[in-house]
Design a protein around this ligand. Structure first.
Ligand code: CP
Length: 300
């Protein structure tokens, strides 16, 4: 692994290695010290979890961070190209962690610089570190990644986290149940990938039809910022809301995951049930990102 750009770039063995290193970092069995290393966090889209958990991960490993949350105060304003900006920053730091609204931006960055690049989300395309922390959370709560039934609900078209999640979980023989507004269905290229790997998937209208059968319910927000026309968003907002009552017949091992932020798709009355796992899931992001950084910097 030289970079982490897309889940498609990772083998099953590499995924399991990251999960294993994250477990050992959390338990204290592996201690990594990167006190001589600096990470650049280049975030050109809003973020709470990914930005702060990466910042925390680098600092817990003993490293330092430079944070850029826009180009307004940089020499991009004087006409410097993004490629030159990246090349310059790469002279100062050891690793670049980048979020961009542009699909393919992380791949581009990895081709411009000679240090590792981590994709912290590129448009509606990929969010591989989210998928890896999701897998870490699934393994932690289910004891395995193999042969699980997974419900995926919400904006499956623009939700980059679910694209990465499906690709990552497809290494572990899952059965997927998808529910979304009809205009926000899972993209064909993801479904084709699942078919190629002979992974079972079903498209349902409502989550009620499968919630009692699944081990994981992965709920996502409608991605308002990806709609060209706000009226199209208004037609689908609030389509899926999970309330406490729907959990009355679920499997005892069910966990409800959500990459967050949530708007209204999980009612707060779910938060104090035994099934809610979205805030511990966010915490797992620190261990997983510590593992990814340690591996890319050649420390484990
Ligand atoms: N899950 C996630 O990417 O959250 P942020 O947008 O807050 O980073």
């Amino acid at each position: 692994m030289n970079n982490l750009i897309s889940m498609r770039d990772l083998s099953k063995a590499e995924i399991l290695h990251i999960v294993d290193v994250a477990e050992q970092i959390e338990s204290g069995k592996i201690k990594v010290n990167i006190s001589d290393k600096v990470a650049a966090l280049l975030f050109f889209e809003p973020s709470t979890r990914t930005l702060f958990s990466f910042d925390t991960a680098v600092k817990r490993l003993g490293g330092k961070t430079l944070i850029m949350t826009g180009t307004g105060n940089t020499s991009v304003k004087k006409g410097e190209t993004f490629a030159d900006t990246l090349q310059t920053i790469s002279q100062y730091v050891d690793i670049i962690i980048q979020r961009s609204p542009i699909e393919g931006a992380a791949r581009y960055a990895s081709e411009v610089v000679n240090i590792p690049v981590i994709n912290a989300g590129d448009g509606a395309n990929q969010h591989p570190t989210q998928a890896l922390l999701d897998l870490y959370s699934i393994k932690k709560t289910q004891g395995t990644l193999e042969n699980l039934k997974i419900g995926v609900v919400g904006d499956l078209k623009f939700g980059r986290t679910v694209h990465s999640l499906c690709q990552a979980m497809s290494e572990f023989n899952p059965e997927f149940y998808f529910a979304s507004p009809s205009h926000l269905r899972m993209p064909g290229y993801i479904l084709d990938d699942l078919d190629e790997k002979q992974i079972k998937w079903h498209e349902e209208r409502e989550m009620d039809s499968f919630i009692n059968d699944v081990d994981i319910m992965y709920v996502t927000r409608i991605q308002k910022e990806r709609f060209a026309d706000i009226e199209d968003y208004n037609k689908v907002k609030g389509s899926y809301v999970m309330r406490r009552e729907i959990l009355s017949g679920v499997k005892s091992n069910l966990k409800v995951l959500h990459p967050l932020p949530r708007v209204d798709e999980i009612h707060t009355d779910v938060d104090d049930t035994e099934y809610a796992y979205y805030f511990p899931q966010a915490k797992n992001g620190v261990y997983t990102r510590q593992a990814i950084i340690s591996i890319l910097l050649g420390e484990v």
